[in-house]
Structures are given as structure tokens and as C-alpha cells.
Design a protein around this ligand. Structure first.
Ligand SMILES: N[C@@H](CCC(=O)N[C@@H](CS)C(=O)NCC(=O)O)C(=O)O
Length: 280
């Protein structure tokens, strides 16, 4: 194994050097705004401030699913927050989310408006508001919440742990890659066993637990994130692949995936969304 014993932590950690990782220029050990910047406001009651990362896509997919169901009140404006440019540290965004991370939602249909941050909280808020994609009955609702919170607790190991050390760190270190690969393969096995007897995470119904999980583990097995499919042997998780492919076929999923996207081909990109026709 690689010798990792060369670093002796100082008594008190100080922020005096950049880590060199891909996101070093936006990482900092303090919260709060770095600059004054109001958030733009569009015509619809729901204002989303986001980017098409897996956490951002969860919300745009749910909004597109709600619209596909005919819930007209789910019309929304989606403004771009470019986290590579530090937009998450503007004063307006920090007021919407003191944690400075996308996605953040402001519901202006109420007085005063309601802010919601944390993708899981936004999914529950919207599902409750429109009474869709969240079961009403207690046992089914408990199962849905369990898988939703499983996703919220597990994905940081995938993104912040495995993804960071496999794809973004300045060097590839064996110890953290081993540690997080072990955990990610275990998580994939958890999903695979569950999906071996169920169509969706909670049974026969597609709900916000699937919507939250698909942009992370679905994209991982379908080949979109970290270029680690061979390394993780994702093809062995056949039930996860079957579930991911099925969800990927949903028109609302394909629409939601494009909102606030500023990479990929020109047809895939849509920096801001203000009207359904923006996606047509
Ligand atoms: N637990 C949060 C995580 C959100 C998150 O990590 N967002 C990332 C993009 S996927 C972000 O905004 N990063 C900017 C930064 O760390 O400065 C959620 O699910 O909403």
C-alpha cells in the first residue's frame, strides 16, 4: 500500500494552503457571503436557483414530473448558480441557503415567501405541496422517507468520498480510494438487493426516493459520472441497471436533466428555464 505516513497534522489546522483538488478555488472553511448579489426573480411562483449536478437534477426532474402530471402550479423559473464561479457565495443565494450549496428553492406563492434548501427537503416540500410522488399512507410513506434519507446520507460517500478521491483529488491515493470504493460497492449492493424484488425503490410506485437516487447511483451505473464503471464493475449490479434504464426513459427525467446544464452538447444545455417551451 502507498506510504501515507508522511503527514503529521499540526496542533491547530490553519487555512494557509490550497489543497490542489479540482474544487480548491471555491472551497473555504468559513460560511457566509463573499459578495453582494441579489437573486433574479421570474414570473412563476416557484423560483429555483441551481445547477444540473446530481443534487440539482433531483429537483428539476421532480418539477418536470409534476408538470407532466398536469400540476400547473409547478411551473418554475430555474436560474443558474455557477458553483465554479462562486455564485453560491453571493448574498442573495446565501439568504436562500446559508449552506451555500445548490439547489435552493423560493416559493413566492406564499406571503412571506418560503425558502427551502437541501435537495431532500425540497423534494418533500414539493411532493407535499402537490400531493404527488410521496405516498399518503403511513407504512408506504415511512418506506419512501427511509430510502430518501438513505440517499441523502449515502450520496456524500459517493460524491465527496469516492468521486473526490477517484476523480478530483490532485493525486490518486490508495487508502481513501480503497475505503470509499468498499463503501460504494456496499451501497450498490444494498440497492441491487432491494431492486431484485421491487420495480422501484419502495415497491410498485415511482416516488421521490427514486427521483433522489437516480441522478447519483443511476448515473453511476449508466456511465455518466467519474468514469469509474469498469473500476467499480457496475455491470454486476444488474437490478440497479434495469431500474436506472427504466427511469432514464421517462420524458420528464430527460427534460429535468437538461435544466441549468452548462456542459455537454449544445442541444443538451439549457442554462436557465423560464417556460416549458424552453425544453421543447
Ligand atoms: N446536501 C446538499 C448537498 C448539496 C451540494 O453538495 N451541492 C453542491 C453541488 S452538487 C454545491 O453546491 N457545491 C458548491 C460548493 O461546495 O461550494 C443537498 O442535497 O442539497
Amino acid at each position: 500500500m502507498t506510504d501515507t505516513s508522511s503527514y503529521t497534522p499540526p496542533k491547530v489546522w490553519k487555512w494557509d494552503s490550497q489543497s490542489g483538488g479540482q474544487f480548491a478555488h471555491i472551497n473555504r472553511p468559513i460560511a457566509g457571503a463573499t459578495h453582494e448579489k441579489e437573486l433574479p426573480v421570474g414570473a412563476h411562483p416557484l423560483q429555483l436557483y441551481s445547477l444540473a449536478t446530481p443534487n440539482g437534477v433531483k429537483v428539476t426532474v421532480l418539477l418536470e414530473e409534476l408538470l407532466a402530471l398536469g400540476k400547473k402550479g409547478a411551473e418554475y423559473d430555474a436560474y443558474l448558480i455557477d458553483i465554479n464561479e462562486g455564485d453560491q457565495f453571493g448574498s442573495g443565494f446565501v439568504a436562500a441557503n446559508p449552506n451555500s450549496k445548490i439547489p435552493a428553492l423560493i416559493d413566492r406563492s406564499t406571503t412571506p415567501p418560503i425558502r427551502v434548501f437541501e435537495s431532500g427537503a425540497i423534494l418533500v416540500y414539493l411532493a407535499e405541496k402537490f400531493d404527488a410522488f410521496l405516498p399518503r399512507e403511513t407504512p408506504e410513506r415511512a418506506e419512501c422517507m427511509s430510502w430518501l434519507f438513505w440517499q441523502m446520507g449515502s450520496a456524500p460517500y459517493l460524491g465527496g468520498g469516492f468521486g473526490h478521491f477517484y476523480a478530483y483529488a490532485p493525486e490518486r491515493f490508495e487508502y481513501p480510494i480503497n475505503r470509499y470504493t468498499m463503501e460504494i460497492k456496499r451501497q450498490l449492493d444494498v440497492l441491487d438487493r432491494n431492486l431484485s424484488s421491487r420495480q422501484y425503490l419502495c415497491g410498485d410506485e415511482y416516488n421521490i426516493a427514486d427521483i433522489a437516487t437516480h441522478p447519483w447511483y443511476g448515473d453511476l451505473v449508466l456511465g455518466d459520472i467519474y468514469e469509474a464503471q469498469e473500476f467499480l464493475d457496475v455491470k454486476s449490479y444488474t437490478h440497479v441497471i434495469r431500474w436506472a434504464e427504466e427511469i432514464q426513459e421517462r420524458p420528464a427525467v430527460r427534460r429535468g436533466q437538461r435544466v441549468n446544464k452548462i456542459w455537454g452538447t449544445e442541444e443538451e444545455q439549457l442554462a436557465e428555464r423560464h417556460d416549458a417551451s424552453d425544453l421543447d
